[in-house]
Structures are given as structure tokens and as C-alpha cells.
Design a protein around this ligand. Structure first.
Ligand code: GLY
Length: 314
């Protein structure tokens, strides 16, 4: 991203303690410190004061709190703002963005609790208007696909741009070369065009020949999770499903059939998805159907589809 001027969090890499300390003495605060090696997912510190940041650099680089993972650290700008998942189809030449969506990573309402694989989504992102779409295409999507061509690694398929709308514009938080989960559960129900036709035009490098159409309105997905997830949880709980609305889409994730019964077999068990005329309508439909499903220990967030609605659309 740095090489191709793609907007992301500013960062510096240090292998020398004195240099890292000198940098952190004057950098903007809050700041994020990341141990560059493997640290069992614990090697990231978000420091809200300079004292914390200086102590963090010492812990990582001198005291070896994360072992050799702290020999090299990344000092990264702290970004703030609403997040949006922008997926796109590309054949390496043409880029066709999908409808946007917003994930909910934390286990509990109000974005509290532990990080999960995603507890629910809604589509589209309410703050994502034409101006933002243009900015994302020109400053992020086109430069990314061009960069991969320039590096001799042309990409065809689905690109996932995890973005944040900051005061300084849209920034890349992460990339994936796949659909998102549970983003896909709200994107595909909104897709009017035949998905296989899109895939065929990608493999044939004819993506420029088609126009992808999306449904009006919105879609919401509520993930039903096993008690304890994302920490230890039990499997094999029998799932009962009441009379769901005909247009409710139930996506199975962590389920299995054991002795003829539907049982849980994962942390994120089911995604209850519904389309509506707007997010609130879709949200009510999804929750109405979620209430008809049960298994021992089942929990789900009650606030999917609420956030970001007060942010100006532009
Ligand atoms: N929901 C986030 C991801 O698929 O990476």
C-alpha cells in the first residue's frame, strides 16, 4: 500500500529499541504497537497515552513480553471511524463493486465483548453514498488491482476491501481475496444478476461486458451463536426451528445432522437473513425469525442494523 500510495494507516517499522523509542516520543497519540512475529493474537497494543506507548515499546523490544515476536515492531497510526466491507468482482481489468455491507465483530451489543468472526451484518452501509464510492474506486480499488498487475500478480475473482471512513478519507484496514462471512449472507440476497454468469465473465476477462444489478432496499443477517463462543463452547446441541417466513433465508454455518437430528457443530451456528424495504424493515424480519429458533446456550446480538444510521450519507 505504501509503494502504491493506497490510503491506509501510517506506519513505521523498527528493529532497534532506541529508534522506536525516539519515534514514539513525538508521534501522534493514540498509537498502535504491533509485534511483528506471532504472539497468539496478543501482540497488539492500542496506547492512548505517550507513557503507555513508551512502556509498550519497552515491554515488546527490551523486556521481550512476546518473546522474539517483539524483535521487530510496527508502530501504526490509530484510525477511527465507521467500518465498511466493500467487496468487488474483478477480472484484473474491470472492477465491479458489490453492494456495501457492515459487519459486527464483537460478541456483545454496543460492540462490547470479545472479537468474533462476525455476529451479524447489514447491507448497504447507510453512510456510503456516491462521493464515497467514487473515492473508494479511484483511490483504493483501481490502484490495488493496478498494483497487482504491476507486481506481475494479476488477480481475478472477489476482492474484499475492509475500509474505514476516517476524517482524512477512506482508509484500508484489511484485504481478503474471498467473499466475507457474514457479509456474503447479506450481499448475495441483494444480487439480481446471475452469479455464475459473473464468474464466467471473470474467467474469460469479459467483465466489462456485463452490468451487475442489485435489489432495492436492504438485507440484515443475525448470527445465532453457541453459548461461550468465541471462547470454549459445547457442540451437539439439538436445534429446533419453528415456522419461518417463506422469504427468510437461513444460512447454515456450524450445524450437522447427527442421528437424524439437526445439531450445533460450531461457534457461529446459523445466519438468519431477511430482506426489507430498508434496514429497519429487514432487521425486524430477521429478528422475528431468529426468535423462532432455539438450542441450548444460543445467544445473538440484539443490535444488528442499528449502528451508523446517523452518519451523513455522502
Ligand atoms: N467478516 C469479516 C471477514 O469475512 O473477513
Amino acid at each position: 500500500m505504501k509503494k502504491y500510495n493506497i490510503p491506509t494507516a501510517g506506519y513505521e517499522i523498527f528493529e532497534n529499541y532506541e529508534e522506536a523509542e525516539a519515534y514514539v516520543k513525538t508521534c501522534d497519540i493514540p498509537v498502535v504497537l504491533k509485534a511483528d512475529g506471532l504472539a497468539l493474537g496478543k501482540g497488539v497494543l492500542i496506547c492512548t497515552t505517550r507513557e503507555e506507548a513508551l512502556a509498550g515499546v519497552k515491554e515488546m523490544m527490551l523486556d521481550k513480553k512476546f518473546g522474539s515476536a517483539g524483535n521487530k515492531i510496527v508502530v501504526e497510526e490509530f484510525l477511527e471511524g465507521p467500518e465498511v466491507s466493500c467487496l468487488a468482482f474483478t477480472d484484473g481489468k474491470t472492477i465491479l463493486p458489490m453492494i456495501t455491507s457492515c459487519d459486527h465483530k464483537r460478541a456483545k451489543d454496543n460492540d462490547e465483548g470479545l472479537n468474533t468472526g462476525g455476529m451479524g451484518t447489514f447491507s448497504p452501509a447507510p453512510f456510503f453514498g456516491e462521493k464515497t464510492a467514487k473515492e473508494v474506486m479511484e483511490k483504493i480499488m483501481i490502484p490495488t488491482v493496478s498494483a497487482m498487475n504491476a507486481e506481475g500478480r494479476p488477480f481475478k475473482g472477489v476482492l474484499y476491501f475492509g475500509l474505514m471512513k476516517t476524517k482524512k478519507g477512506m482508509k484500508v484496514i484489511e484485504y481478503n481475496s474471498r467473499f466475507g462471512d457474514p457479509e456474503t449472507q447479506v450481499i448475495l440476497p441483494m444480487l439480481k444478476t446471475d452469479l455464475l454468469e459473473i464468474f464466467e465473465t471473470i474467467t474469460d476477462e469479459r467483465l466489462n461486458e456485463i452490468k451487475i444489478e442489485w435489489e432495492d432496499g436492504a438485507c440484515v443477517c443475525v448470527v445465532l451463536a453457541s453459548g461461550g463462543y468465541p471462547e470454549a463452547y459445547e457442540k451437539g446441541k439439538e436445534i429446533t426451528i419453528g415456522d419461518l417466513d417463506e422469504d427468510c433465508i437461513l444460512c447454515h454455518a456450524g450445524t450437522a445432522i447427527k442421528e437424524g437430528k439437526l445439531v450445533t457443530s460450531g461457534g457461529r451456528v446459523l445466519g438468519v437473513c431477511a430482506r426489507g424495504k430498508d434496514i429497519e424493515d429487514a432487521r425486524q424480519k430477521a429478528y422475528k425469525n431468529a426468535e423462532k429458533i432455539s438450542f441450548e446456550g444460543m445467544y445473538y446480538r440484539k443490535d444488528i442494523g442499528i449502528k451508523y444510521k446517523d452518519i451523513v450519507r455522502e
